[in-house]
Design a protein around this ligand. Structure first.
Ligand code: GH3
Ligand code: MG
Ligand code: MG
Ligand code: MG
Length: 317
């Protein structure tokens, strides 16, 4: 079920991801000690609209990759004087999983074991030289497609189907890293749990589908309020959302949360041609010391309980 006219439905998320993938020019690194081969490979790929970087050794390849994390594919020669293609592939695999970086070996050796050596070292594919241009292009395209499919799946797995917001799984996966980054700068973070007030009543009076659409509207509204802020928003339960405020104190998070609360209470939501208003209650907790995210969420949940108890449509810490 996809709610009407929400900018954050799963369908639009998928469409946006696909468009982004189609527009992105995949960056490819070519590693070969022979300049002529390098140029030939680079030319064949550039005519296919790929962005190509060329280097002459394994060491250069490693340092270029370090500076260019957006390189997604490496085409490596086998025989090179200092570090051969197997060794480069093994080193790459220690740093980058196959779902992040594809490696394709190339060699003009007549020894068919070279392709086996590359695959054993962790390469995804192999091309014999002299290559047929179509074969090169097809193998590159197929590896790029695999990367794109992985990215699309990753995107889908981190989203909630009704609202298109990040889901609980993604929230827990990402929050830890954001909190640690803030801690490294000696900053606290804060977390808020938002729960729609009397939502059961809305379902009871208008039906579950109507409730779903209202939820999608609130989600869209929340997404707009955190857009570009660096705050992490997710739908963590039925009509519950969480926002992580990395690097903020509870006081700052409360101020922002109260803005959101007030704005939602003033917003007239158009659901199924009906105008409704909703309110939310919010519990905030500061993330300071060594506790786990779970513990802080429990604290935020307690604050939320207090907010509900003290009349709803308010923020408590
Ligand atoms: P309170 O102000 O105390 O939060 O009251 P409430 O009615 O919102 O709270 P309660 O937790 O008792 O009920 C939440 C309701 O939200 C129950 C459930 O039917 C509804 N709900 C949860 N997830 C969904 C959903 O995905 N779609 C719809 N339509 N309703 C949902
Ligand atoms: Mg060579
Ligand atoms: Mg609830
Ligand atoms: Mg509720």
């Amino acid at each position: 079920y996809v709610p009407k006219d929400s900018a954050f439905t799963l369908e639009t998320v998928v469409a946006t991801a696909k468009r982004a993938l189609a527009n992105r020019q995949t960056r490819i690194l070519i590693v070969d000690d022979t300049a002529a081969t390098r140029k030939l490979l680079a030319h064949m790929l550039k005519v296919q609209q790929y962005q190509v970087i060329e280097v002459g050794s394994g060491d250069e390849a490693l340092s270029v990759l370090e500076d260019n994390p957006d390189i997604r594919l490496v085409v490596s020669d086998y025989y090179m004087p200092a570090m051969d293609g197997y060794e480069l592939t093994r080193r790459l695999r220690r740093q980058f999983a196959s779902n992040r970086l594809r490696v394709i070996g190339v060699s003009s050796s007549n020894d068919r074991m070279v392709s086996v050596g590359f695959l054993k070292a962790g390469a995804n594919d192999f091309i014999s030289m002299p290559f047929i241009p179509e074969e090169l292009q097809c193998r590159i395209a197929s590896n790029v497609e695999t990367l794109e499919q992985i990215e699309l799946l990753h995107n889908l797995a981190s989203r909630d189907a009704l609202t298109g917001l990040f889901n609980r799984r993604h929230f827990f996966e990402s929050a830890g890293r954001l909190i640690e980054e803030a801690q490294a700068k000696n900053l606290t973070s804060a977390v808020a749990i938002l729960d729609i007030d009397d939502f059961k009543q809305l379902n009871d009076s208008h039906g579950h589908d109507f409730g779903d659409q209202a939820l999608a509207k609130v989600a869209r509204y929340l997404a707009q309020s955190v857009e570009g802020s660096g705050h992490l928003l997710a739908r963590i339960g039925g009509e519950e959302f969480a926002i992580l405020f990395p690097g903020l104190s509870a006081k700052e998070a409360m101020r922002l949360s109260d803005h959101i609360r007030l704005d939602i209470s003033h917003e007239i939501l158009l659901v199924d041609d009906r105008q409704i208003t909703l309110t939310v209650s919010i519990g905030v907790a500061e993330i300071g010391g060594q506790g786990s995210l779970d513990q802080y969420l429990v604290a935020a949940d307690r604050a939320l309980y207090t907010a509900k108890h003290e009349g709803r449509n308010c923020v408590r810490v």
